[in-house]
Every structure is written in structure tokens, then in C-alpha cells.
Design a protein around this ligand. Structure first.
Ligand code: UDX
Length: 437
């Protein structure tokens, strides 16, 4: 059993800390945010993530998971320190590393004997070296090994992804660190999880290369979807047949209103900025970013066309605000761009999301929020569906039609039945599928 401290209690820190305690280690999740730690100590989980609350409760009850706002003490008591603080996007597209640098300083001030310092946050290539320099400049005699151990969990499936990863990446320079990290992840050997040892820089690059590739895939299928509309093809059939080619794979070929979330938008910008910095531009990634931005705007244009060219004096119901289902996260969600444009064009917006409304209200306090999709669509001139929550899949289309002022719907996630919409008499559009208007 290792003594482990996670610094930062966001998605990665909290899920990672709880997950590693589940592996049998003693974990302290530390944060300088005293309020957050006090809430966690009382059993309150600050994020919505399926399975997280029970994972935390079980491990707290077994005495393996603790919370502390005393970061220096948590560092001193640990064999391994995981850095899991945020790396938000700075104004120039590069990641803002101020939280990382401040944590590195605190680690440097509190190292007492051999430890592993391991970064889980997604950080630009070269950051590991910088963290080592900061620690050594503060504490020249410090005895530690640095590890880059990027995290690939998805929001909404974070617990499952953490406990059953496709692979674990250990980027470090010493065999001793590889061995210690192997101990941390030992329970995964039983599932034959590949544990890949690389250099620090390679590990940092793997995370960006993977996220940017998935973003490319989505932007690619979105462009194919748009072309399908023009030529009368069906993107779902195209994607399915493409995906049967093992070299392509069927995953991440779902068209939509453009990707959002805390990772893809930020990581693609950061990788593109790194490419520019080293005069090695990533034109494909730059194009994926552009395509994604225009896909969001394209949804507003589509809706406007469905509404006879004008939003003026009309009410639009927005169903789904989260950037994807099973999360209350609205960071970089397509809904943000789309609602903003609707509001600017004088539309009355009625919004509904099963769990993301409180987070959306922070950005759009003045639109109207409703407790059910039925209430949100009442008397609306059109409805735009932005998140594939199951409750939208199950909507009774006749009920929907009866509640709306006009039966007009844009299904940006292609989850409603074209046949059902047609037979209910909807004016309807989607992304990349055959239309029978
Ligand atoms: C992503 C990566 O999947 C994960 O490995 C990494 O650690 C963090 O970034 P996340 O942002 O939580 O995870 O969600 P993900 O399920 O990947 O979806 C991201 C966005 O892409 C969402 O807006 C989603 O709707 C969109 N998406 C995904 C598509 O539009 N089409 C797809 O086929 C898949």
C-alpha cells in the first residue's frame, strides 16, 4: 500500500484520488480551496459524475480516502504526489500553467525524503521539465523522480474509465519510478491493461496527440455530414460503413453541433499553439478547430432557415445544455454559442436540461429555465435539441407537437426518428441525414 496525495480536487483529482484508493492505497485529496474540502469532508460531491459519490463514500468508510486543505502536510506525508490542478486556456491559446507552477513551488518547499512527483493534469510538452526545475531550484538537495501520467477519463463515464483504462502511460526517466508506479496500478494487471513506459515528453505528447486526433475525427465526420446534406447522402450509413474498416473504427464518428467540454477545445488550441511555437504547425488540428467553431454557427443558420428566415419576436426551446449527456458541465458546450446568438437576435429562449441548468445560469442568467421539456417547449415556435439525453430520445412526438406553437424541430444529435417526425407532421432538420420535409 502506498501513501498518495492528489493535489487538486476537480474531475481528474477527485475521480483519480477515489479510484486509486479503490485500488487499495491510502489517498489524501488536498486542495487550497477550504470550502471545497469542508464540503467533501461532509460527504458532498461538488461535481455530477455517475458512480463517484458511492466510490468516495465506500473508500472514506474503509479509511482509505481522506480530504485535507493542508497541502504542505499532505505532501510531507505522501510517497507519491499527483498533481491534478487545472490548466485553463490562456488568451494566446496556450495552457495557463500558473496553478501548476504554484503547486510545484509548494512541493519543492515540502519534499522530505524520496518521493515521486507525478502530473495527471494535461500539460503542454516540456512542462514536466519545468516542474522539475522549479522543485530543484527551491530545494536543490531534493530526492524525487518526476513522472508524467496523463489521464484519459471522459466526463460522464469517469469512474468506469479510471478503473478500466485502455492503457496507462508512465513517462519517466528512472526504473525506480516505473516500479513504484507499477505498484500503484497493480490491480489493473489482472485485466491485462497495457502499461506503457516512455520518456516524460513522449507521455505529455501522447495525451495531446490522442485528444487532438479524436477532435479531428469529429470535425471530419461533421464536414462529411454537411456534404451529405448537399448531395442527399446519409451520414449515419456513411459513418457505419467507414467504421467497419478496422483502420478507422466506428467510435467518434457521430456528427453533431460541434464538440465541447473541458478537454477537446482547450487541448486542440494548446497543441496548435505548441506547433506554432516550435515552427512545426499542425494544419490538420488548426482546421479541426475552425470546423468545430463553424459547426456551432451552422446550427443557428439551419434553425433560422427552418423558421422562415427570422427569429424576431419568436420563442425557441433549447433542449439540452450540457456538452454531452451524464454531466452537468457546460464548458465550451455548443449550447453556449447557440443560445448567445439566439439572444443577440432578439429570440426568447426557453431552456431545459436535466442537470446542467444551474451551471448554465451562471453564463445566461436572463433566459427562461423550465423544470421539464414539456414546460420548455410550450408555445415555442421551434425547438433545438443539443444534448442526447435519453429523456429526449423517449419524447412523445405527438405530445411535443401539441405543446408547441409550431411543430418545428432541429435535432442536432440525430436521435429522433425521422419517420416519427414525418408522421407527426413536423418541419424538421438534422445533421447529415436524408430529409423528407
Ligand atoms: C475527452 C476524451 O474522450 C477523454 O479521453 C479525455 O481525457 C478528455 O476529453 P470528454 O471531453 O469528457 O473526454 O468527453 P467525450 O465523450 O470525449 O466528448 C467530447 C465532445 O465530443 C462532446 O461534446 C461530444 O458530444 C463530442 N462528440 C464525441 C461528438 O460530437 N461526436 C462523437 O462521435 C464523439
Amino acid at each position: 500500500m502506498k501513501k498518495i496525495t492528489f493535489i487538486g480536487t476537480g474531475y481528474v483529482g477527485l475521480v483519480g484520488g477515489a479510484g486509486i484508493s479503490e485500488f487499495g492505497h491510502s489517498v489524501t485529496c488536498a486542495d487550497i480551496d477550504q470550502n471545497k474540502i469542508a464540503r467533501l469532508q461532509e460527504g458532498e460531491i461538488p461535481i455530477y459524475e455517475p458512480g463517484l459519490e458511492s466510490l468516495v463514500k465506500q473508500n472514506v468508510a474503509k479509511g482509505r480516502l481522506h480530504f485535507s486543505d493542508n497541502v504542505p502536510e499532505s505532501i510531507q506525508n505522501a510517497d507519491i504526489i499527483f498533481i491534478a490542478v487545472g490548466t485553463p486556456q490562456g488568451s494566446n491559446g496556450e495552457a495557463n500553467l500558473s496553478a501548476i507552477e504554484s503547486v510545484a513551488k509548494t512541493i519543492g518547499e515540502n519534499l522530505n525524503g524520496y518521493k515521486i512527483v507525478c502530473t495527471k493534469s494535461t500539460v503542454p510538452i516540456g512542462t514536466g521539465k519545468r516542474i522539475e526545475e522549479i522543485i530543484r531550484s527551491i530545494n536543490p538537495n531534493s530526492d524525487f523522480d518526476y513522472v508524467s501520467n496523463p489521464e484519459f477519463l471522459r466526463e460522464g463515464a469517469a469512474v468506469k474509465d479510471f478503473l478500466h483504462p485502455d492503457r496507462v502511460i508512465i513517462g519517466t526517466r528512472t526504473q525506480k519510478a516505473i516500479d513504484v508506479m507499477g505498484e500503484v496500478y497493480r490491480p489493473l494487471y489482472i485485466n491485462e491493461t497495457p502499461i506503457i513506459s516512455t520518456s516524460v515528453e513522449t507521455a505529455e505528447m501522447i495525451k495531446y496527440a490522442a485528444n487532438a486526433f479524436l477532435s479531428l475525427k469529429i470535425s471530419y465526420i461533421n464536414e462529411i455530414a454537411n456534404l451529405c446534406e448537399a448531395v442527399g447522402a446519409d451520414v449515419h450509413e456513411v459513418a457505419r460503413a467507414m467504421g467497419l474498416d478496422g483502420r478507422i473504427s466506428a467510435k467518434f464518428l457521430h456528427p453533431g453541433p460541434g464538440y465541447g467540454g473541458s478537454c477537446f477545445p482547450k487541448d486542440t488550441h494548446a497543441l496548435a499553439a505548441t506547433g506554432q511555437k516550435y515552427s512545426s504547425p499542425l494544419y490538420t488540428v488548426e482546421a479541426a478547430i475552425k470546423t468545430n467553431a463553424s459547426q456551432k454557427v451552422r446550427m443557428v443558420d439551419k434553425l433560422q432557415r427552418l423558421m422562415d428566415g427570422s427569429f424576431k419576436g419568436k420563442t425557441v426551446a433549447v433542449l439540452g445544455l450540457a456538452f454531452k449527456p451524464q454531466t452537468d458541465d457546460v464548458r465550451e458546450a455548443a449550447s453556449r454559442v447557440i443560445v448567445s446568438q439566439l439572444v443577440d437576435s432578439g429570440t426568447t429562449v426557453h431552456a431545459y436540461d436535466p442537470i446542467a441548468m444551474d451551471n448554465f445560469k451562471i453564463h445566461f442568467p436572463d433566459i427562461q429555465y423550465f423544470d421539464s421539456w414539456q414546460d420548455a417547449v410550450k408555445n415555442a415556435h421551434a425547438c433545438i435539441l443539443l444534448t442526447e439525453w435519453n429523456e429526449f430520445r423517449g419524447m412523445d412526438l405527438n405530445e411535443l407537437k401539441d405543446l408547441m406553437k409550431r411543430p418545428v424541430i432541429l435535432d442536432t444529435k440525430n436521435i429522433l426518428s425521422i419517420h416519427g417526425l414525418e408522421s407527426s407532421g413536423f418541419t424538421y432538420d438534422n445533421v447529415g441525414r436524408k430529409l423528407h420535409l
